[in-house]
Design a binder for this molecule. Structure first.
Ligand code: FES
Length: 139
């Protein structure tokens, strides 16, 4: 599997909004098709901050393939691991209250992390999130 070379990126670059075809294509390159996920699906727990204004209602953002932060209803924020429970790909997008993994098409409810379409069978794990004014801290 090809290594992905990553350079230091600013926070805006790391925030991938809904429908980012380039980001989805990047993740597809890194996903094996029959690999059982050679590593753990656990995420690193380094806290990350972002502005609440970066997270649209009914949508969400994916933070550096570690966390996905959603806002199912106005003022209600949720955070989940961004690693698909099916085979370990980072999820690719959040749109219409749905988190999607492009590797094999699994989808998750953006409010609960529960699977809404397989092949994944397990929910995305919820991650601690705190709100301080306009600042969200995840992890
Ligand atoms: S890794 Fe298969 S659907 Fe996400």
């Amino acid at each position: 599997m090809a290594d992905q070379h990553r350079s230091p990126l600013d926070r805006r670059t790391l925030l991938r909004g809904a429908g980012s075809g380039v980001a989805a294509a990047t993740w597809l390159v890194g996903c094996g098709s029959d690999d059982e996920g050679s590593g753990s699906t656990e995420t690193q727990s380094e806290p990350t901050t972002l502005s609440a204004g970066d997270v649209a209602v009914g949508s969400g953002v994916i933070l550096d393939d570690t966390y996905v932060v959603t806002q199912p209803t106005e003022g209600e924020f949720k955070a989940f691991t961004a690693i698909c429970t099916h085979n370990g790909c980072p999820v690719a997008s959040v749109k219409d209250d749905t988190i999607t993994c492009n590797c094999h098409g699994s989808q998750y409810d953006a409010a609960t992390g529960e699977v809404t379409r397989g092949p994944a069978t397990e929910a995305l794990a919820e991650v601690a999130l705190s709100v301080d004014g306009d600042t969200l801290t995840v992890g």
